[in-house]
Design a protein around this ligand. Structure first.
Ligand SMILES: N[C@@H](CCC(=O)N[C@@H](CS)C(=O)NCC(=O)O)C(=O)O
Length: 242
């Protein structure tokens, strides 16, 4: 994949150039990610968090371009041109604008395989991906703000995270060691930490989930995870250590 693979329109979007003024795209990767203003930050933009953690873990340098959801910056035609679903994150990498956090992480794993975030054995990979999908497809989307806003149930988020965590805790009984899958960090861990943060936001009683709690505490000690935390992002200087 070459830089030229970005369409001219996408390049102009990224560089704010007119048609005659195309410049070389920035050499570093660029992560277009939601703004972590205090208000937004409390709502936990955890798809960006996943991508940041994986980039940090793999030692891949990148620049962050905040997209302020509160101001509707994700709804502009420029952003839609990069991400037709108008959702964050978008990762600009290898001349492409990639969307969907799971697809982004799989791409990083395929193109920058070391250090690995998936085990070697296909059965083990399937077990890690099962945890990833439980969070990415079954637990997290139903607590997205735009979904919660349309729910009449006060305990909506708490209910769905609790029931999802029951399944994950069972899964972890079988697969976990120091981390979700044995003693190595995998994509499952990358997805778990932001989801536990969200669980706390919805006041889920985590005492029911000792394995999740133990793994989460261990992960939060690691530099790649600490650096990816929303409170440590350039546009969120105000709420340290949340
Ligand atoms: N499936 C997408 C979901 C992305 C997503 O929901 N992003 C949220 C922020 S974490 C967003 O952009 N929300 C804007 C909106 O709901 O209008 C992914 O994993 O990347």
């Amino acid at each position: 994949m070459e830089k030229e693979d970005l369409t001219k329109e996408q390049l102009r979007t990224l560089q704010n150039c007119d048609e005659s003024g195309l410049r070389t795209p920035p050499p570093r990767l660029e992560l277009l990610t939601s703004s972590m203003t205090p208000h937004i930050q409390r709502t936990n933009r955890n798809k960006n968090w996943r991508v940041r953690t994986a980039l940090n873990f793999k030692g891949i340098e990148y620049d962050t371009r905040p997209v302020n959801l509160k101001k509707g910056e994700h709804n502009t035609p420029e952003y839609e041109n990069l991400n037709p679903l108008k959702l964050v994150p978008t990762l600009i990498i290898d001349g492409q604008a990639l969307t969907q956090s799971v697809a982004i992480l799989e791409y990083l794993e395929e193109t920058r395989p070391e250090p690995a975030l998936l085990p070697k054995n296909p059965i083990d990979r399937a077990k890690v991906r099962a945890i990833v999908q439980s969070i990415a497809s079954d637990i997290q989307p139903i607590q997205n703000l735009r979904v919660v806003k349309h729910s009449k149930q006060d305990d909506w988020g708490n209910y769905w995270i609790t029931s999802g965590f029951r399944a994950i805790e069972k899964h972890l009984k079988e697969t976990s060691g120091d981390y979700c899958f044995g003693d190595s960090i995998t994509l499952a861990d990358v997805f778990l930490v932001p989801q536990v943060y969200n669980a706390n936001r919805y006041q889920v009683d985590l005492t029911e989930f000792p394995i999740i709690q133990k793994i989460n505490a261990r992960l939060n000690e690691l530099q790649a995870f600490r650096d990816a935390h929303p409170s440590n992002q350039i546009d969120c200087p105000l709420i340290p250590g949340v």
